[in-house]
Design a protein. Sequence first.
Length: 143
Amino acid sequence: MKIIDLEAGDPRLTEDLLPVLRELRPHLTEELFREVLAEGSGQGLRFTAAYDAQGACVGAAGWRIVANTSQIRKLYVDDLVTAAASRSSGVGHGLLAHLERHAREAACTALNLDSGTHRTEAHRFYFRERMSVTAFNFTKPLV
């Protein structure tokens, strides 16, 4: 497996990564994804892709470094998804390990993500990866 950080403007963001990302975020059209990229890049949003030996994108991670008062500096994972056909093959573990290296290099105190309450299989994976539930996330829809 090859893990690559994709830079803004890289065509692999929409050609390779977006189809995998849509397995987690089916509402994302290419146009909406481009809008998120345009706004999010100014907020530190980055994407990392995992490729298998045949060159197919099999995993995607969206992430950013965030400064806040609770953890001072953390790497926040917006999205972490493995293509359905490649689950349980080490892709998620590889992506998380790659992101952890980024976090340590950036002197982060934590690697953090939110996961929907209905995603029990993902939660099992996060527990296996030695992650803990440390907070609740509350949402008030505005639209």
